[in-house]
Design a protein around this ligand. Structure first.
Ligand code: ATP
Ligand code: ZN
Length: 632
């Protein structure tokens, strides 16, 4: 009996067809993603695109069951696709080994999907996908797990809160003075090695967010740290030479420490730091791989062994040299290349472990083995396969809810697989959009611009300042424009007006936030088209009315005409991109502004309602842990 016949009976032919014809985007093929992809094909979904930027690590194999040992090093997205095709050969799965933030995945590309399923492990990508789904007006299922805990819920523009509606806990930061002058715990040495030394030598030299000026810090500390960073810049010129590691070592473990001693900083009764000497240690250097014994003579696993001082020295020298060579090789192709810390990169871990332990020796702090440093530097909470599997199931149930038009009735679902008594499952009402949320309160306006000839000034004059009756959005002079976190225009800063959009780093699908002094912000969603028009003077405009034809849809979705016809009759959720949805040009502009005014009034009246909702859930499951910790 064909595999699908049971499914048809369980779902009924209408739901079965809806599911089979929907077009799903899965982002992330890791712990949750593998479970979700397997569930999707087993539950009747046929058209699936999966995006993941990573390759398979040996440490993934204990829970990412689509992968086997022979796949280590291969792209997750492609291997996951091959694995599920083995048990559902008819599925139409497209895999992309890429970052979802790449410009190839623009708003238009997002719009082809019925909904998006996130199976990510970081806040940055989650905020980004949230923004794209709001702009494309397609539902998003969020999910995350952290050890025994997990959650999943649906986000839909205007219906539910979005990922940015409530603040996420900020990552722990450390005061500059503790990191630079008065470390007293292993984590302070690890943050110094990973967020300061690694970044200064091989990565982004901007001072990491993990190291923050504290109210108690005097400015002296920060400027000293910056000065030390500048000295390292000089030393970087010696990269690749034999002198290099000696210069780095002597600077950070001898000269800087001696300066701290001279400054006579109070350290609350702790021993003063003790500078290390390169020449002495160079004579004693020892490869830790020579023995699997700790200093106390106990045998142990290689990554649980705490290295002695001569062993730390050996590993520091080797790994610093290796990283320098990697960077030199990358910079041969791209002079701006830099390395970023990855806990799964053995050389980077060797560097951070040895450097943090050398610092720990200097300050008389407990040393840590590679395994411990890895979990502290990578903020690792062990991933539990059972939690991922349960949340993977819940994600696909949410997909069904979307297709059955049940978003408003859906709940935020939680699981805690460690609950001893009572139910491991909890849920709470889904909150309404927060009227104060900058991300989902904005209106989207798709615009078309010429990449080759449009300047920022063209967008300002031909779209933002142009009166509504002439096809613009009719703002007055007082507004600012942001591209992500970057301010590119305000009334007192118009230096960029004559620059081409490409010179400003604006890309296809960039979202430019236009914020007036008063009133609601507007997101201009950029689409590059060259040439834009037969008329050379037209280089920027709001996207004209463009109702997609069946032919267009078929080529875009790579599906048959029958699928589209069936979808039109039977699919409750998948929305056509109509002019009402996205266009504000010409005669639609007035309606757009009228609705904007109405939204504003409604937003004002719903503030008190939302405040009530927020208090009613505080202390509930959402208060107990947050998505930001979730490794996925
Ligand atoms: N911007 C992004 N674009 C595409 N895929 C992403 C992006 N950010 C994260 N991912 C993917 O999301 C997945 C999250 O899965 P998971 O949390 O299991 O992480 P992991 O890297 O497999 O495991 P671990 O971090 O525990 O080693 C990863 O495969 C990761 O590559
Ligand atoms: Zn929001």
């Amino acid at each position: 009996m064909p595999r699908d016949s049971h499914l048809k009976k369980i779902l009924g032919s209408s739901t079965y067809n809806t599911v089979a014809s929907s077009n799903v985007l899965l982002i992330g093929a890791g712990g949750i993603g593998c479970e979700v992809l397997k569930n999707l094909v087993l539950m009747g979904f046929k058209n699936i695109s999966v995006v993941d930027l990573d390759t398979i690590e040996i440490s993934n194999l204990n829970r990412q069951f689509l992968f086997q040992k022979e796949h280590v090093g291969q792209p997750k997205a492609h291997v996951a696709r091959e694995a599920v095709l083995k048990f559902q050969p008819k599925a139409n799965i497209t895999s992309h080994h890429a970052n979802i933030k790449d410009s190839q995945f623009g708003i238009e590309w997002f719009k082809q999907f019925s909904f998006v399923l996130n199976a990510l492990d970081n806040l940055d990508a989650r905020y980004y996908v949230n923004k794209m789904c709001l702009a494309a007006e397609i539902p998003l299922v969020e999910s995350g797990t952290s050890g025994y805990k997990g959650q999943s819920y649906i986000i839909k523009k205007g219906v539910t809160e979005c990922f940015s509606c409530s603040p996420k806990p900020t990552p722990t930061t450390y005061p500059v003075c503790t990191i630079r002058s008065t470390p007293n715990a292993p984590i302070h040495c690890i943050v110094w090695a990973k967020n300061f030394l690694f970044c200064q030598l091989f990565g982004d030299a901007e001072l990491s967010d993990a190291i923050k000026e504290d109210a108690s810090d005097d400015n002296e500390e920060l400027s000293e740290l910056k000065r030390e960073a500048n000295d390292l810049k000089e030393i970087k010129n010696a990269m690749g030479t034999e002198e290099y590691t000696r210069l780095v070592f002597t600077k950070v473990f001898t000269t800087d420490i001696q300066r701290l001693l001279d400054a006579n900083i109070s350290r609350g009764g702790r021993k003063p730091p003790c500078p290390l000497d390169y020449e002495t240690l160079d004579k004693q250097a020892k490869d830790p791989k020579q023995t699997v014994e700790n200093e106390d003579g106990q045998e142990t696993l290689a990554d649980r062994k705490v290295w002695s001082l001569p062993e730390c020295f050996h590993v520091f020298k080797e790994s610093a040299n290796n990283l320098a060579l990697q960077l030199i090789a990358q910079q041969a192709n791209d002079p701006n290349a830099m390395l970023s810390f990855d806990k799964d990169d053995d050389v980077a871990m060797d560097f951070v472990t040895s450097a943090s332990n050398l610092r720990a020796y200097v300050f008389d702090i407990e040393q840590k083995c590679l395994f411990d440093v890895k979990s502290m530097a990578g903020n690792i909470i062990p991933a539990i396969a059972t939690t991922n599997a349960i949340i993977g199931g819940e994600v696909v149930m949410n997909a069904y809810r979307i297709l059955n038009n049940k978003i408003e009735k859906s709940k935020r679902n939680y699981v805690d697989t460690q609950v001893a008594n009572g139910s491991a499952f909890m849920n709470e009402e889904i909150s309404k959009p927060n009227p104060e949320c900058d991300v989902c309160k904005s209106k989207n306006v798709p615009i078309q611009v010429s990449k080759e000839s449009a300047t920022l000034g063209d967008i300002i004059d031909s779209i933002i300042l142009k009166p509504v009756e002439d096809g613009g959005v009719g703002f007055d002079e007082e507004f600012l424009i942001m591209d992500g976190n970057k301010l590119i225009y305000d009334p007192d800063y118009d230096d960029n007006k004559n620059l081409l959009l490409k010179e400003l780093g604006i890309q296809d699908s960039s979202i430019l936030r236009v914020s007036p002094d008063e009133g609601q912000p507007l997101d201009l969603i950029v689409q590059f088209i060259d040439p834009l028009s037969d008329d050379k003077d037209i280089v920027a405009r709001i996207t004209p009315k463009d109702i997609p034809t069946k032919e267009k849809l078929v080529s875009r979705h790579k599906r048959s005409l029958e699928d589209v016809e069936m979808e039109e009759k039977e699919r409750p959720m998948k929305k056509r991109a109509t002019s009402e949805d996205m266009d504000v040009s010409d005669n639609l502009a007035r309606e757009f502004w009228a609705s904007l005014a109405a939204d504003k009034a409604q937003a004002a009246s719903s503030i008190s309602e939302s405040q009530q909702t927020n208090t009613s859930i505080s202390g509930g499951p959402s208060g107990s842990y947050e998505m930001s910790n979730h490794l996925g």
